[in-house]
Design a binder for this molecule. Structure first.
Ligand SMILES: *[C@@H]1O[C@H](CO)[C@@H](O)[C@H](O)[C@H]1NC(C)=O
Ligand SMILES: *[C@@H]1O[C@H](CO)[C@@H](O)[C@H](O)[C@H]1NC(C)=O
Length: 355
């Protein structure tokens, strides 16, 4: 504590801002400067025709709607609001015709969900500072459509949102606006590595937060890089500490981009192996970073769709370095912490071989 105080004074003397939330980003995370991130953002009416909604149904058939005709989704033969519905938000530079949304759509379609993909490529394929800001009006306009669909039978208690990276923040704008307009909560948000750049410095009212839905699950895999360290859900999983992921190739580290995208294959594996990703409860993000949450009688939760929604907190999850990644109950043993197992020349507690 005293040391930290000295450090702060020292850092202050260097006229660098001392961040009291140091444990949430070392030092302030990747791309901590974000020109214009607090400026207002809106989408002109003339551009709303570029906000698309892609419905995927049986046999992976798809039908595309735009903002102006999206209320017709209610009568699409692929849709049946008695079933659960998932709304997928794409990431930065992404498209609904790229593999990531295809993966989400196919997994949920196979589980009998109505699948609606938000195609905001027009607004997510501009420079990043602008894209991050444009997700606010995108979220608002998507919420307007969900409110229309609610009048036609969409049940928010059976509606879930999922998004990766920038999409992990877009889902929060959708859910928050829906909450304000409909007076009801979306039941669940699953945010995979919600984007950190341009969001780290925003308040909890301006980015993903546990208040956005009945239940918010966040999976972190690159918290100081493209992701974000802050706890943003009811349950936050810090996979292998959340900073970097173990490399599949022993000699080549899994740095930021690799660690950020790893969340996708982890999620896919968790869908196929529902109760295998057993995680340990931690007291702080720092404890999760340090893989210091091992206890004799640990509190555990499972990452993925089978997560216990009543067991809130910060969780450390250890994985193996290759698909399907899960360790089952072995993940609760310290000797299975990935950094210990990275190489047998590393005795373990002094040098980290990777990252
Ligand atoms: C909506 O969700 C938030 C966060 O989970 C919760 O605090 C709030 O009570 C919920 N509101 C309703 C109407 O259920
Ligand atoms: C490193 O680990 C070994 C074996 O677990 C232990 O004996 C040793 O005290 C540890 N060293 C430090 C510096 O923690």
């Amino acid at each position: 504590m005293i040391f930290r105080l000295f450090l702060c004074v020292y850092v202050f003397l260097l006229s660098v801002e001392c961040d009291p939330r140091a444990e949430e980003g070392y030092p302030r995370g990747f791309m901590s400067v974000c020109p214009g991130s607090t400026k207002p953002a809106s989408i002109p009416r003339s551009q709303l025709k570029y906000l698309y909604f892609v419905v995927q149904g049986k046999g992976r058939t798809r039908q595309t709607y735009n903002y102006w005709d999206a209320k017709n989704i209610a009568t699409d033969p692929r849709i049946d609001f008695r079933r659960k519905t998932v709304v997928v938000a794409i990431g930065y530079l992404d498209s609904t015709s790229f593999p990531i949304s295809g993966m989400f759509a196919n997994e949920y379609e196979a589980r009998g969900y109505n699948v609606i993909l938000i195609d905001n490529q027009r607004f997510a394929t501009v420079h990043y500072y602008l894209a991050s800001r444009l997700m606010r009006p995108v979220g608002k306009h998507v919420a307007e459509i969900l409110v229309e669909l609610t009048k036609a039978g969409l049940d928010p208690a059976k509606t879930e949102l999922i998004g990766f990276s920038l999409g992990g923040q877009t889902v929060s704008y959708i859910a928050r606006n829906y909450q304000n307009m409909a007076g009801k909560n979306i039941s669940r948000i699953t945010a995979l590595e919600p984007a950190g750049p341009c969001f780290r410095t925003l308040s909890s009212q301006e980015r993903l937060d546990a208040s956005n839905a009945d239940f918010v699950q966040v999976i972190h895999t690159n918290i100081d890089g493209y992701g974000m360290a802050t706890r943003m859900g009811h349950v936050d999983f810090y996979v292998n500490g959340g900073e970097f992921q173990p490399a599949d190739l022993n000699l080549f580290p899994c740095t930021s981009t690799c660690s950020h995208f790893r969340v996708l294959t982890l999620w896919l594996s968790s869908m196929k192996n529902p109760r295998k990703f057993i995680a340990l409860k931690c007291n702080s993000i720092q404890e999760a970073r340090d893989a210091a949450c091992y206890k004799e009688h640990p509190v555990t939760n499972v990452m993925g769709d089978s997560v216990n929604v009543n067991n809130h907190g910060i969780f450390y999850l250890s994985t193996s370095k290759m698909f399907p990644y899960y360790l089952g109950k072995n993940g609760l043993k310290p000797e299975y912490a990935s950094w210990r197992r990275i190489s047998d020349i590393n005795e373990g507690n002094e040098t980290e071989v990777y990252t």
